[in-house]
Each structure stands twice: as C-alpha cells, then as structure tokens.
Design a protein around this ligand. Structure first.
Ligand SMILES: [Zn+2]
Length: 488
C-alpha cells in the first residue's frame, strides 16, 4: 500500500495557519487533499484509514445533500427504512455472485466480548443481504407491490486502494434505494424514474455526468445490468457518483421474495436498487473549487450568505443592529445566512469564508449604512457590487439563483470539453479525459484498447447516440460507441 500526503494530517486549526497553506489546483491531488481539510469539510486525523470525521461544517453539507435526496425519494413514493449494520455469514452467502463480488472487501466480526461467535457476522458492505430476508416477509401479495424503500446508512468496504476523503473511503455514507416489483416491466419503470431523479438531483447539486450502461464484466455483483453516473474531475479522471441496478429476480430467488398474483399464482418479485454516497461532495469540490478554496452550489451550502459587519468604534452598535435586521430579512425569504460576529479582522473572515465556499458575502459598514447600501461579493466569480439596501432581499435571491445556474453551465461545458471522440484508439494517445470510440462488441478489442492506454471501459450510452463508425481496435463497422477513461 502506498502512503502519500493524502493520508497525512495537513489540517490546520487557525485562520492564520490556514493562510500559510497555499492552494494550487494545477497539482490536483495535492490541492484536493489540502482544500477538503482547510475548508472544514473533513478532518482526516482519525487514526483509522478511510474513516471520515465529519466536522460540523462538512456534516451540514452532507445533510443538505441527504435532504435533497430524501425529498426526491419521498415525493416519488419511496419510504425511508433503517436496517441493522450486522449481517450473518449464512444469509450473506445466499447469492453466490454477490458474495464473490464483495468477499474481499468485507469486515468480519468474529468475536463478541471474550467469546468466538458460532456464526461469523459482517458489517454491511451494501444492504441487499440485510434487507431481503425481511422483504420476503413483507412481500406476500400483489397488493404489497411495488415496495419502494430507501435508507441512509454507513456501509463498510475494505477497499485496498489509497484512501482519499469522500472519493475513496472504507466507511461509506451511503444512500440506497431498494424496490420490489411484480415483473420485469414494472422494475424497468422504476429504473426510468431513478434516471429522472438523478437528473433532477444533478441539476440541484450542479453535477453534470455521463449515464452509461456498464459492460457485463463490470456490473454490480448479482445484477442483471448496471447503470452508472460518471462525472469527470479536472485531472481527466472519472468519478462514479451514482449507480442504478436492475436485479431481475436474481436476488428474489435465493432470498425467496415471492408474492401471490391476482390469479393466486406465486411469483418471484423483480428488484432494483439505486445508490449514491459522499462522493457527490468530492465531485463538487473537485469540479468547482479553485486556489481560494471550495465553491459550493447554493442548494447545498450550509450558509448561502455570510454577513460580515465592518465594525469601527464609533458606529459599532449601529452597524451590529443593521446586520441583525438584514440577516432576519434574508431568513424571511428563505435564504440561509450566517452573521460572522467573531472578533477578528474582516479580511480574515473574507479569507475563511472564501475557503469554505460560501456562495455570497455581504459586507456592511458605517459607510454603507450612510449611503443606504450593501456590498455584495460572489464567491464563484469574485465579482463585487454595491446594491441599494432596500433591494437587497430580491437581489440576493436573484444572485443565488444565478450562481446555481452558472456553476451548472460551467460544469456541463467542462464535461463536454473532456470528451474526446476518436476513430481509432491510437489517436487517443496522450489525450486526457474521456475517450469516445466505436467498439465492435468483442471483449478482446476492448481488452487491447484498455491495455494500450491504461484505461477502462465505462460503458455504452443508455440513449442511442446514432453512432456509425468503426471499432477503434479492429476497424470493423459498428453502431456501438463506448466510453473509456481512467477512473478515480
Ligand atoms: Zn473490434
């Protein structure tokens, strides 16, 4: 296992210390490692690798994302459930593909107190095997279907690769939806709904992605097929930020999830899952952050606005009062505001909130008061404007909407720019980002293309792109286009 700076504590605790750490995004890995710590999204000093400590600020971001996910799921008829962390070895072993896929990554519990357990237990790496024995009790009749559930829990995977905050962890902050349906067609409708949910979430999180069908050899263990959302980081590597799986009846058979249909016949349910994790934060940080720190989309920022009073002795009370009034006004129109009262220089506050990615900073001092104005500074563009005090509520709402929209636009452009379409795989040499190339369908051609550029196939598009060309390896005519990249 390699040890790199990503695992070493770079955390600093005071603004003065933070100001000494220079952030330079041209060295992406180093920058990422520093920026997630300096911005208080994570504290990596915990003594077990891959286990994230969430400081209050980072946890607020995660909870905002969880809330957006929860709202989407509830509004589409899912119900939140919560299953145990421990799974018994016997139950886990029922689906053979599944256990093969996860066996290497499982954390085992073999002892309790001083005693060795008769049946080994494992920490859930994902919750199929925790849920499905119970689903077999819940699903009895066609009237119980569809069963649409989700949970937000930590899952555990002993990933042997280099750990990295949010993007490669061993304790995963996981969202997982699990559904049961009467037949394949109804499960397919669920997949279509999941795709729509992902699309809406992508817009709220300002996260553009490619939605691809993973090749058969890379699907989720036990799945009939797997779809995955990949986003592209500034270093050209892709990051998987969401997955949707069609299980067919692959799990309902070993776990005996059966229902009685209207004719009194017993049938196996068809199932789907949909999963996402804190990788969403990693992607947002990676895509939008800069040398000043993180840039958070207003939809997930713990504070959309930070209000900094510019205090000078004579007018201290007056400015303070005005700031409180302004804060309350903004809260009344649904804007989350933090009034920074700390007894430190305004410049240090500016620095700190830029580092943490607060979308909008408002400054209010005696001169602003006199003129009936407020100074407004955007985090994404650095643009500084003075606006009339009486228009501030409407203006702030408008600017926040504009930040949200313009970030998404930038992200979409970056994704588009990162895709290189080539006719033959040789042409992709030296290119960074995603390679889009024709593929005849032969695993051997895929293998050779992967080896040549040390890349992996992400998959094929789920929406027909009307491709017509030749296989990038053997040159045979094909209408299948495949996406390749180096992945995180
Ligand atoms: Zn070929």
């Amino acid at each position: 296992m390699t040890t790199m700076n990503t695992d070493q504590p770079a955390k600093t605790d005071t603004i003065e210390e933070k100001m000494k750490v220079s952030l330079d995004k041209s060295d992406f890995n180093e920058w990422y490692s520093n920026v997630v710590e300096q911005s208080n999204l994570t504290d990596k000093r915990y003594p077990i690798k891959g286990m994230n400590v969430w400081p209050a600020y980072g946890w607020k971001v995660m909870k905002n994302i969880d809330r957006l996910i929860g709202e989407e799921l509830v509004s589409t008829g899912h119900e939140e459930v919560h299953f145990p962390l421990l799974i018994s070895e016997e139950v886990f072993a029922k689906e053979s593909e599944h256990i093969k896929g996860f066996d290497d990554e499982v954390y085992w519990v073999t002892h309790a107190g001083g005693e060795e357990l008769d049946v080994k237990l494992l920490l859930r790496p994902t919750s199929e095997t925790a849920m499905y024995p119970i689903f077999s009790l819940w699903v009895r009749s066609h009237t119980d279907l569809p069963l649409k559930t989700f949970q937000l829990v930590d899952t555990y995977r002993y990933d042997t690769k280099q750990t990295r905050a949010f993007t490669r962890v061993r304790e995963i902050h996981f969202f997982e939806a699990h559904t049961c349906h009467a037949d394949f067609e109804d499960a397919e409708k669920q997949i279509a709904e999941d795709l729509e949910i992902m699309e809406r979430l992508g817009k709220k999180l300002c996260l553009p992605y490619l939605m691809l069908k993973r090749p058969d050899w890379d699907k989720f263990p036990g799945a009939f097929y797997s779809l995955a959302a990949d986003t592209v980081m500034p270093n050209g590597k892709t990051l998987q930020i969401g997955t949707i799986h069609q299980y067919r009846d692959n799990f309902s058979k070993p776990y005996d999830i059966k229902y009685e249909d209207t004719a009194g016949e017993h049938k196996f349910a068809h199932q789907t899952t949909y999963g996402m994790s804190e990788r969403l934060i990693g992607a947002i940080v990676g895509i939008y952050g800069d040398n000043k720190g993180v840039i958070l989309p207003p939809a997930i920022a713990p504070y959309q606005v930070v209000l900094v009073p510019i205090l000078v002795k004579k007018s201290k009370a007056e400015v303070s009062d005005s700031c409180q009034k302004l804060r309350d006004e903004l809260i009344s129109v649904g804007v989350s505001v933090h009034l920074d009262h700390r007894d430190i220089r305004p410049g240090s506050k500016f620095y700190d909130w830029e580092l943490r990615g607060v979308p909008l900073r408002l400054e209010l001092g005696p001169r602003d008061l006199e003129r009936g104005e407020v100074t407004v500074v955007r985090r994404d563009t650095g643009e500084r404007n003075v606006i009339k005090r009486e228009t501030v509520k409407a203006a702030v709402v408008e600017i926040l909407n504009d930040i949200q929209a313009s970030l998404l636009k930038i992200g979409e452009q970056m994704l588009e720019d990162s895709i290189n379409t080539v006719d033959a795989i040789d042409e992709a040499k030296g290119k960074t980002g995603v390679i889009r190339v024709g593929w005849c369908g032969e695993p051997d051609c895929d293998d050779q293309m992967c080896k040549l550029l040390e890349i992996n196939m992400l998959g094929t598009p789920i929406i027909d792109e009307g491709y017509s060309g030749n296989c990038g390896q053997c040159g045979k005519p094909t209408t299948t286009v495949a996406y390749y990249a180096k992945s995180f």
